[in-house]
Design a protein around this ligand. Sequence first.
Ligand SMILES: [Zn+2]
Length: 666
Amino acid sequence: MNIIDLFTKEELTETSSGYKTICPHCGLQGGRTEGFIIFSESDTAYCHSSGKWFNLFQVVCLKLGLIQCIEGNEKGESPNIEKEDYIEQIKEAKGEEFLNDLQSSIEDIFDFLIAEVIGNKITYKVDIDKVSDHIIKNFDIKTITGIKNDDIYTYKDGVWMLKGRGLIKAEAEQLLGRYAKNNIVYEILEKIKRKTTTSIEEFEKVPEYKRCVMNGVLDIEDVNNIKWLEHSKEYNFKIKLPIYYDDEAKCPNIDKFFEETFYPEDIPQVLEWFGHHIPNKYIFKKAVIAHGPKHTGKTVFINLLSSFVGDGNKTGLSLQKISVGKSFDLHSLKNKVANIHDDLSSKDLSEAGGFKMAVGDGYITGEKKFGDYHTFKNSAKHTFTCNIIPPINDIDDEAYYDRWLLWELDNVIDKKDKNINLINELTTKEELSGLFNKAIMYWVSLIKRNYFYKEKECEEIKSLMVKSGNSYSKFATDMLVEEIGSKVTKEEMHNQYCHYCNSQEPKISPQTKTNLGKQLPRYAPYLISSKSNSERYWLNVNISYTKRGTEGTVIEKAIERLEKVDNDANMKHIKLPKLSLLSLDKTITKRRKKMSRKRVTKKRTEREIQYWEIPEFKNIKPECTKQEVYDWINKHPDYNHKELRDKFGIGSYKFEKELKEEEKIK
Ligand SMILES: [Zn+2]
């Protein structure tokens, strides 16, 4: 429908630029350029008597006598008549078909335009205020002004998102079409920003014990009365977990994955850690390191945690970056549920200050890209994985170790057993809902206990971390024993240390002899450096192959067992490779762990047979008798361990030890 169609040919007078007619209300006819001017291109009209302009809808109203020409739109104003007030009357007067035709012909754009008539020409400009108010009325928008940049938030489905800028531009485009020029959109944006400015202090107040998820809000403020609430913009949430709350959901695949990946005693702590991500607050000053070799499920665990908190709700700062504590890096923790970093490097931490600040409820100063500084309370929980825990320079920093939960992952999955689809099976809607239910349950038990399940003492954490991160410490703990009067040459110590590092899984790069000499006494304080003639020694120390607690006793048993089969012809004449006990020790540890995981229910004797029959055991036995060792030692009173081992193999240490106990030798 065009405005011309509203008039008969007789009513219209052609002018140089279009048509004019008699004003349907006041009857003004006017001269050559005056009267009731019709602008057919934009479907508008103008009465020179009232000085008002009309859009298509209003001209219909005018013709039907529903409005007077004085009720038109002022020059420099956009239309004010509410269409809804006249629709019924138009329908009554002209019929439904006409109304439908009219409504489909009206361009909403004219609601937001201001007309300017000069002579018989009309021009339009955008009514910035009206467009801004329309957008503010139809959307929830809040603006936080910054020094160099403003953040425009818009609310949808429970959360305020930083999508206001895009939304306003799109809406302006939608409303104004060809009139949405860049400068106009910019003016609208600025107007909306000014009209929706909110105090940052108010806007950042988010309930600490409520968590927004996909279908509502979980209220855990009272652990004895956990509540389920509707989404609301009043909570000021900026983030929500990508989880649907369903109190009947279960997570059988995740349960199975946890059983295969973590030690049974760690699983409650793992679930409590998921629960710790529910509050918007860093309640317990703890961070997690899941450490272990490759193919033990670390990355799957990290991906599961990321899916639980939402990929967009996490950041990935390394421990080293956090520790340095640059405000530019720390800013990325803001409004995040988690900081998750997979495969941490083993590079030293020069300081722990930033880390201690970032773990816990303290204020952090962040710096945004354009130099806005602001402080915020961090609530992003830190989880890291690594092969080797990075060492810290100040190993006596107790407060640092006190902040860690450590989980060892060592159940290596063979390539052929690997389920490449595992992460998809763990992160279905149902599984994540089930995990969320468990996380809530374990959160309750965590908050009631007020510390994590079987939390390790600070000293124990320190020892595990120092040991993991540091070849000297690991070597000293695993291989050295204090033995007053014993000596090991520095050459031999370094050889043993290099062997040890190479035999580790994953391998550790050995350090130089000079570095070993400087560092070793820190981790084995009983060592005394000494020398006689040209040879340099460590005093008060011996190298032990059967240390390491329970693993040692397994080897002892193995040796006993081998002595019983001493007469077995097959066992004789087997050359002993160097350090075979160490690799045996490792094999046994691995197998024991695997077997305890799989909960083998075979009879114990069968399990023992499995141990005894592994090929490595063949190498324990010395190719000699105790008497031969005794005779040789008597002939070589100045012998050292290396010479003994080269002569008789590694098992001869056992004979040597027995001879000492029997006081046959010193
Ligand atoms: Zn008029």
